[in-house]
Design a protein around this ligand. Structure first.
Ligand SMILES: Nc1nc2c(ncn2[C@@H]2O[C@H](COP(=O)(O)OP(=O)(O)OP(=O)(O)O)[C@@H](O)[C@H]2O)c(=O)[nH]1
Ligand SMILES: [Mg+2]
Length: 395
């Protein structure tokens, strides 16, 4: 203990390793008090988190009141990157108090922003104008750093620097049609899109206004969501639509949103890569969407929001009553960024938050914290009352 206290004195920040499988023990509570007393920044590393639930396993350790809690597996390496990110990104090495924690989170985002480039993927089915759009973006900005060959032979990353941000833009390679049927080319375009999306923060999904929205567009956009990308829907070839009236764009957008209901939160812009119309809107939107995607909300703020917007509102119930017992929400915490991922801890009743409840919560989270054009994930973590027995059965 003497050695430990010497190490604590010397340290700028403390990484406190707890056992995720055991959960919170009385000794942990004791230690938490001690560590809080040092006034130093404490990062809680909940080790041995299980392979599937490694993020949410850490959740109960939020109860200590430290802002940074990460589920990690020292053995498999899960979660370590996120934890190190948090460790090095903070400019202030003090214990974050309830009031300034949100300000700190914002500073963290800003500091990261300056250093990290934003990975943009331009995806879409064949011939919608992806390459034309990239060329137009580069032409408008006139600030190309250098084109660099991508990791695969098929796509090329281009770096673009604006005063605000460095972008790495992937133009998803087209498939040469020669000898290939349209059906094959379309299938391949999905494969290529998925490859680009894997590395992207923000996806610009290019659509063809002339041809209208196809099932393939929704499939590609869906993979973007699955990959956790922020989504901007760029309705291209707007110049080619004849007889446009004032309401045409709004009507098109309505139809588009109707066909892609799962993307109600995505940003939509009508553009012409050929003529350059509104192309200049894309990068600022991407910056905003990228920022939203890595926003971290302090647990204290989240629960204040939850109390005010969910718990106190009449008529909002998390789930149906089950055998006379009701599901209770204990608290909510954000366990990851890129994209923002939340865990809701529930107890009693039967696990399974209602779909409409989750939707309401997602919408309110979006409004409250400006999660612009980014997917949000919400995970339920249900605790039966007899937790220790369930746990030991697993190990
Ligand atoms: N009218 C009009 N035509 C466009 C626009 N953007 C692209 N095109 C045309 O659409 C065709 C395909 O453009 P590309 O930029 O090669 O499309 P792509 O998505 O990169 O195609 P692949 O790489 O083969 O999948 C070309 O003939 C372009 O001139 C636009 O805004 N308006
Ligand atoms: Mg192309």
């Amino acid at each position: 203990m003497k050695q430990a206290s010497f190490a604590i004195d010397e340290a700028q920040a403390l990484v406190w390793v707890v056992d995720a499988r055991k959960g919170v023990t009385p000794l942990d509570q004791e230690l938490a008090r001690l560590l809080r007393g040092t006034g130093k920044r404490v990062i809680v590393a909940a080790n041995k988190a299980d392979a599937v639930n490694w993020e949410s396993d850490a959740g109960e350790f939020h109860a200590f009141g430290f802002d940074d809690v990460f589920g990690i597996s020292a053995e498999h390496g899960n979660g370590i990157g996120e934890m190190l990110d948090a460790l090095v990104s903070s400019a202030s090495w003090k214990l974050v108090s309830e009031d300034d924690s949100c300000k700190d989170a914002k500073t963290q985002t800003d500091a990261k922003n300056e250093r990290r480039e934003l990975n943009l993927a331009i995806v879409g089915r064949p011939n919608v104008g992806k390459s034309s759009l990239l060329n137009r973006l580069l032409g408008e900005e006139r600030a190309i750093v250098s084109p660099v060959a991508g990791t695969t032979r098929d796509s090329v990353d281009t770096f673009l620097q604006t005063p605000e941000q460095i972008f790495s833009i992937i133009d998803t390679a087209g498939i040469r049609r020669k000898g290939k049927t349209t059906a094959v080319a379309e299938k391949l375009s999905v494969v290529m899109a998925r490859k680009s999306l894997e590395r992207a923060d923000v996806a610009i999904v290019v659509l063809d206004a002339e041809q209208g929205i196809a099932a393939l567009d929704a499939a590609i956009a869906g993979y973007g969501v699955e990959a956790g990308c922020s989504i901007i829907l760029a309705v291209n070839k707007w110049d080619a639509l004849e007889n446009k009236l004032t309401g045409t764009a709004a009507a098109f957008e309505r139809g588009l949103r109707d066909q892609m209901k799962f993307l109600s939160w995505a940003s939509v812009v009508t553009i012409s890569a050929l003529k350059g119309q509104r192309v200049q809107k894309l990068l600022p939107l991407a910056v905003r969407a990228g920022k939203a995607r890595r926003t971290r909300i302090a647990t204290s703020r989240l629960n204040e929001f939850f109390e005010r917007e969910v718990r106190q509102r009449a008529g909002i119930t998390p789930a149906k009553t089950h055998g006379g017992s009701r599901l209770h929400v204990q608290y909510i915490t954000q366990i990851a960024v890129r994209p923002p991922t939340f865990v809701i801890f529930t107890s009693g009743g039967k696990a399974g938050l209602h779909f409409s409840f989750l939707r309401y919560l997602e919408n309110r989270l979006r409004e409250e914290f400006d999660f612009f054009a980014t997917p949000i994930r919400i995970i339920e973590r249900h605790k039966s009352r007899k937790r220790p027995a369930a746990r030991s059965a697993r190990s």
